[in-house]
Design a protein around this ligand. Sequence first.
Ligand SMILES: Nc1ncnc2c1ncn2[C@@H]1O[C@H](COP(=O)(O)OP(=O)(O)OP(=O)(O)O)[C@@H](O)[C@H]1O
Ligand SMILES: [Mg+2]
Length: 325
Amino acid sequence: MTTIQVSSLMKTFNIYRKQPGIMGSLGSLIKRSYTTFTAVNDISFSIEEGELVGFIGPNGAGKTTTLKMLSGLLYPTSGKITVLGYTPFERKPEFLKKISLVMGQKNQLWWDLPPMESFLLNKEIYEVTNDRFKTVLSELTHLMGIEDILNVQVRNLSLGQRMKCELIAQLIHSPRILFLDEPTIGLDVVMQKKLRDFIREYNRQYKATVILTSHYMDDVKELCKRVIVIDHGKLLFDGQLDKVIKKYSRHKLLSIIFSDPPPIHELESLGQIILHEGQQIHLEIEREKSNEIAAHLLKTYAIADLNIEEPPIEEIIRSLFSEKK
Ligand SMILES: Nc1ncnc2c1ncn2[C@@H]1O[C@H](COP(=O)(O)OP(=O)(O)OP(=O)(O)O)[C@@H](O)[C@H]1O
Ligand SMILES: [Mg+2]
């Protein structure tokens, strides 16, 4: 079942431009000058129930703006959005009870109170019954492993603990759709992984639809089969993550351990040496020639180990963005 349907979505902002200096300030009292900036430019996609989709793009691409429109915080300039059959910006209570927007950069908990108070407040706002609250809370705190910090003031929690509580607070009403805007930002790798495991588990257990933005490719790689790539407000790619790799990467990585000193001179003629440590070599080679080159090396030299690998997704995405500029 299609949960989210977006067609020809646009969002423009009027940016107020002040002339420099005091005369500029005075002038602007009389005549306001605006320029229009297009943050989201004619985007269309649809998402099925239970999907876990990665929304990626460089800074300023329009990811947060899109998530805000999907959750009804921002009004689209034009285009159509349907989420669970609702029009988000109408912000109907039945709609708000079915979604959640979690922003890693924004604190939504009460700073001076323990997280439990924020959970209870959300319980009231979303009209969750006592029984349901108890069940959900015990499940979530157990899943996150934070039973012991529920009554510690939020200001005294570590960033990781706080992020876990932020997530739980937004899940008290068991939303059908979760919009996660950089949920792992600033966390150490261990905590990032814990959060990822949690998101995956939540998606699986509750069949919730999850849309996630992140600058950490590990989040995207580990969680999302499908990615939507945007840049400068435009949709560049929508499909399976491994297809992005196939479509945009012209290289493969040969990882070789030679039994003897590596034939550097010849290797340099075959591709680009990325790493050379003793007998170990990482060689970047053209995608189409990878099998041929590997076969040639194996035939010609004594080789202890050889692997043909895909280049890191980070690199592919980076080259994808720089190409389009
Ligand atoms: N309220 C606003 N008024 C004017 N411009 C805005 C407003 N909100 C966002 N923008 C601009 O719209 C563009 C898209 O911003 P957005 O926050 O959606 O990017 P993003 O993809 O989330 O980037 P990041 O990865 O840095 O979070 C940016 O150029 C931003 O400056
Ligand atoms: Mg953002």
